[in-house]
Design a protein around this ligand. Structure first.
Ligand SMILES: Nc1ncnc2c1ncn2[C@@H]1O[C@H](COP(=O)(O)OP(=O)(O)O)[C@@H](O)[C@H]1O
Ligand SMILES: [Mg+2]
Length: 589
């Protein structure tokens, strides 16, 4: 039962074992002789002391013999130190390698997921799992293996030695040994409870810190520093409480352990001394008993520590499995296509879509012939961004509803699709790197000239050259050091730099004034020559480049045609157009 629970919880961890097996086995190969030498050293010291203090002259060691045995002792010490080093090097190394593979796979797994797959997960929580939980599993499968193996080898060995030396003293020594084991056992449960508690409080604390920090603008805007501060204070208290409990327990445990050890010393002195005076025990053996206690002490404590660690690691492994269990909702087809020739003909056929059972799009169909520009407009919330995510396959469209050059996009390889279709999303995200690196994000093949050309088309070049470091300006996290409009224009430049045959712009001029908007559209006109483009905007003026326009309302295509046709038709488009034109005229006054 217990074993099945273990293999189930640690299935993933165990599957990494083959990768670190060689290193791990080398560690164990050092561990066994190292323990044997530890026992030898103990016996050699006893032997020397027995030799020099022997009562009858015939048994007494000569000076040369003492020298030889001391030499043996030193050699054995050196060898055991070297082996101890090897053991730690290999076993800790194996556990670090294990940790690296685990974390690498977790990262790769996350990269395979789509935004909506992880929408319900908090960054702070993922961070704490990726750091603390992996560390807990590593500790269990690495260092604790080492300590348990040591304990399993050393404790029986010293018990055998003690009983061979003197069964009476050895029996009395069982008292501190059993006492130690009991202390360790009793302390294990509360220690494990409070260390889990401490880890959870820390995760909570980091989540709040991370969110308050990322959302600092909102916190400031609503003057809720006090509330955030109070939450933080309360969680800090809880974390402190768990840690104080833990420290108290650890302090009490180690004090009791030391007392047990002193009891052991007392027994060696009392009962051992009595046996010594009786002539049943030699002085060297007296020393051996004391050493046996020292040697066995550590592994016993380590077993207790491991018992505490076990539950922590198990919870950690299960928490990590929860992340690994997230299935990507968009997956590459097994025999994904990557057609060599791309014309850029895009068709949407009878596309309906619902977000968690709330219908957003219904029976949407349109055709964008290769090289033409389609405008999509409609009121906010009518489903434009959802449509963009579907036709670029950031969200999975139903089979056969989105076709690129006649192929269902679900049959195309990710690489092909991403290279063919460039999307400027409505919400831009910039990395905290230089602005040049942000624009050249799509690949190393983008040169300095390309970056400057696309920055000029996106009308962000003047802003950039005005920065103290120009193109080498480092951006703050998520690009916070830029204005909303600058961020949008940088994002446009980034997509243009990738030079995709099909370009999709999702309401990405919303934070740009109308003069700049016109300049960007002017630059795009040239760039779009021979390319397929979809320009999505809730503002009609941004659609001047479009050959045809699709008007969405409540998820349905309500009108389709050229700008002039739609205005003449006098429907929703004409309405929106008129209202926005009047708004602009009023603004211009
Ligand atoms: N990731 C999502 N999960 C659930 N609902 C969503 C998600 N994204 C958008 N929606 C919902 O879909 C509807 C259409 O939104 P959206 O496509 O962003 O509209 P638009 O871009 O036209 O303003 C809205 O009611 C919105 O609440
Ligand atoms: Mg939108």
């Amino acid at each position: 039962m217990a074993l099945r629970g273990f293999t189930k919880s640690f299935a993933r961890g165990l599957s990494y074992f083959p990768a670190v097996r060689t290193r791990w086995l080398k560690g164990i190969a050092c561990l066994i002789p190292e323990n044997a030498l530890a026992i030898c050293n103990l016996l050699i010291v006893g032997h020397i002391v027995n030799g020099v203090t022997a009562e009858n002259a015939a048994d007494r060691m000569t000076f040369e013999q003492v020298l030889v045995w001391t030499g043996v002792f030193v050699a054995s010490m050196l060898a055991s130190s070297a082996l101890k080093f090897g053991m730690r090097w290999y076993i800790t190394g194996a556990s670090r390698e294990f940790e690296r593979i685990y974390r690498r796979d977790l990262f790769a797994h996350f990269m395979s997921l789509s935004p909506q797959d992880v929408a319900h997960i908090r960054t702070g929580d993922v961070m704490s799992r990726a750091v603390a939980d992996i560390e807990a599993v590593r500790m269990l499968l690495g260092p604790s293996v080492m300590y348990v193996a040591r304990a399993a080898l050393l404790v029986p060995a010293v018990l055998v030695i003690m009983f061979m030396k003197d069964p009476i003293v050895a029996s009395a020594m069982l008292v501190p040994f059993i006492g130690l084991a009991l202390v360790v056992k009793v302390a294990a449960k509360p220690t494990q409870h409070w260390s889990t508690e401490s880890a959870e409080r820390l995760a909570e604390l980091s989540t709040v810190a991370q969110e308050s920090f990322s959302g600092i603008r909102v916190v400031k805007a609503f003057a809720t520093e006090g509330i955030a501060g109070n939450d933080f204070k309360r969680m800090g208290q809880a974390f402190l409480h768990a840690n104080v409990k833990l420290a108290t327990l650890r302090g009490m445990t180690s004090a009791t352990i030391l007392t047990m050890k002193e009891v052991g010393v007392l027994i060696v002195l009392g009962i051992g001394g009595w046996r010594l005076v009786q002539g049943q025990l030699q002085l060297g053996d007296f020393l051996v008993f004391k050493e046996c206690l020292d040697i066995a002490l550590w592994p016993l404590i380590a077993i207790g520590w491991m018992l505490g660690l076990y539950t922590r690691a198990r919870t950690g492994a299960e928490r990590l499995d929860e992340l690994f269990d997230l299935r990507p909702s968009v997956m590459e087809a097994g025999d994904a296509l990557a057609p060599e020739h791309v014309t850029g003909d895009l068709e949407v056929r009878g596309l309906s879509f619902a977000w968690n059972d709330t219908p957003v799009l219904e029976d949407v169909s349109f055709h964008v012939p290769a090289g033409s520009t389609l405008g999509i407009t409609g009121r906010t919330g009518c489903g434009k961004s959802t449509l963009v995510q579907l036709l670029s396959r950031q969200v999975e469209p139903p089979a056969g509803t989105v076709l690129l050059d006649g192929h269902d996009i679900r049959a195309l390889s990710f690489d092909h699709l991403r290279r063919t279709m460039g999307v400027v999303p409505q919400d831009t995200f910039l990395f905290s790197e230089t602005i040049r690196e942000n624009i050249a994000f799509a690949g190393d093949h983008i040169g300095a000239d390309d970056v400057e050309t696309v920055a000029a088309i996106a009308q962000v070049d003047k802003d950039i050259t005005d920065f103290p470091d120009g193109y080498e300006q480092l951006l703050g996290e998520r690009g916070v050091t830029l204005s909303g409009g600058q961020r949008q224009r940088t994002a446009i430049a980034r997509t243009l730099a990738a030079d995709p045959p099909v370009l999709v712009l999702d309401d990405c001029l919303s934070a740009v004034d109308s003069v700049t908007e016109r300049a960007i559209l002017g630059g795009l006109r040239q760039r779009l020559q021979g390319r397929t483009a979809i320009i999505v905007s809730h503002r009609v003026a941004a659609l001047s480049l479009a050959d045809r326009i699709v008007v969405l309302d409540e998820g349905r295509v309500v009108e389709q045609g050229t700008h002039d046709e739609l205005v003449a038709h006098g429907g929703l488009y004409a309405d929106i157009e008129e209202r926005q034109r009047i708004e602009e005229e009023i603004e211009a006054l």
